[in-house]
Design a protein around this ligand. Structure first.
Ligand code: ATP
Ligand code: MG
Length: 414
């Protein structure tokens, strides 16, 4: 442990990182707003119960990954590992039932105690979309289309694949669950310990196990499709037809599950091969039972979350910030004048760097270091004439310009 190191699995976002991060968030927000999704934010921590009850006590998140602590008042608090539960809690506690359908976009930090590696952090960030109050497959199509449009706007559509599955309705799931438990029970001795504990409470999750031994067993498991009742099959057919109509390509993946009981019908992930093992950039699904499970009114809902770090690694370098104009005052009078001039130019929309000290040479070096486009040299003689020397730092050309014409003159450097 060293107090001077960031905590394992956390990272600092310096300006170049933050530019990528912001490009992801700003792009996602802009697209989401075009779909009529409004930005919200919920607290970074909630009562532990909010996640425990909703994520289920067999999920990886609840069993292994939550940052939970008792606060000074004795409350059990958890740093949010995901957004959906917090949104559902806010929907209930905020009494938003009259505002359905509710369409929200949010983003922010999440916390999971995981084994850190590339693309897998303990504090990471997500963008998140939730659509509450729509039971029709139109909602499933819309949120997937919105995710796809964001990936497209980020220039990632040719590197991401939509994987799609259905978990059917409650009746279909119950039927499937039964045969699945029977099948896995027959192979109990070959299952990993995690999967054995999941067998009774959450057998669907075994389908998604990363354990190689489990995967061999899973390969021979009965598939869900045969157990889908006609209503569930029709729902899925509508989702697929909607995606076809929008020309959104997808790959059916019968092993893709969101293993919690309140998940139903559509489950999907956008994956990429460009990130190695951490290849899922976006994951989501329909969770019609969640809000009721939390004590709210029965409310159908669907949403997704995407990892900002993973997307930020994939996107092209965002445009560099505008090159600044460096102000180089010479002498005490000029120094004072420079502050006011910098303020006026900044108010007029220019990016201005004001050197903090040193001789002209040092300040010009600094101007080069910040990649300034031009320097305004405020010498005593020029100031007496109410003028300044403006040097084009790319060409080296220098011209004396009256102060009241500076703004106009600088326009060429923007
Ligand atoms: P994984 O299978 O990679 O653990 P998950 O199923 O736990 O993912 P979700 O809970 O669906 O992931 O979260 C949605 C998205 O958030 C993921 O697809 C991924 O892009 C991102 N994400 C999840 N956990 C992390 C993490 N620890 N570090 C960075 N990004 C993450
Ligand atoms: Mg995980």
């Amino acid at each position: 442990m060293s107090g001077l190191q960031p905590v394992r699995g956390t990272h600092d976002l310096f300006p170049p990182d933050m530019r990528r991060h912001r490009a992801v968030v700003d792009t996602a927000r802009a697209v989401a707003e075009r779909y009529g999704y409004g930005e919200v934010a919920t607290p970074i921590f909630e009562f532990t119960e909010v996640f425990q009850r909703t994520l289920g006590d067999t999920s990886d998140i609840v069993t292994k990954e939550m940052y939970t602590f008792t606060d000074r008042g004795g409350e059990q608090i958890t740093l949010r590992p995901e957004y959906t539960a917090g949104i559902a809690r806010a929907f209930i506690s905020g009494g938003l039932q009259q505002q359905l359908p509710l369409k929200v976009f949010c983003h922010g930090p999440m916390f999971r105690y995981e084994r850190p590696q590339k693309g897998r952090l303990r504090q990471f960030h997500q963008i998140d979309i939730e659509l509450l109050g729509v039971a029709q497959p139109q909602a499933d199509i819309e949120v997937i289309a919105l995710g796809w449009d964001i990936l497209t706007a980020l220039g990632l559509d040719d590197r991401c694949v939509l994987e799609l599955n259905t978990l059917g309705d409650t009746a279909s799931r119950a039927a499937y669950r039964k045969v699945l438990v029977e099948y896995f029970r027959a192979h109990l001795d070959q299952l990993s310990e995690d999967s054995r504990t999941r067998l009774e409470r959450n057998p669907l999750r075994i389908l998604d196990s990363k354990d190689t031994g489990d995967r061999r067993i899973v390969a021979g498991a009965p598939s869900f499709e045969q157990y889908l009742n006609p209503e569930s099959a029709a729902f899925f057919a509508q989702v697929k037809a909607g995606l076809d109509a929008l020309r959104i390509p997808y790959k059916l993946n019968p092993r893709l599950v969101r293993g919690l009981d309140y998940y139903c019908h559509t489950a999907f992930e956008f994956t990429t091969e460009a990130l190695g093992a951490q290849g899922t950039v976006m994951g989501g699904g329909r969770y019609d039972g969640l809000i009721e499970l939390m004590g709210g009114p029965p409310t159908p809902a669907i949403g997704w979350a995407a990892g900002i770090e993973r997307l930020a690694m994939l996107i092209a370098e965002p445009p560099a910030p505008p090159r600044p104009i460096a102000l180089v005052p010479m002498g005490a009078d000029a120094e004072l004048k420079a502050q006011a001039l910098a303020q006026a130019l900044r108010r007029a929309g220019h990016v201005v760097e004001l050197g903090y000290g040193g001789n002209m040479k040092r300040r010009l070096q600094r101007a080069n270091k910040v990649n300034a486009r031009a320097a305004i040299i405020l010498g005593e003689d020029e100031l007496k004439r109410s003028a300044a020397a403006v040097r084009d730092l790319d060409s080296g050309d220098q011209q004396e310009i009256p102060l009241d014409r500076l703004g106009t003159h600088l326009a060429q450097f923007r």
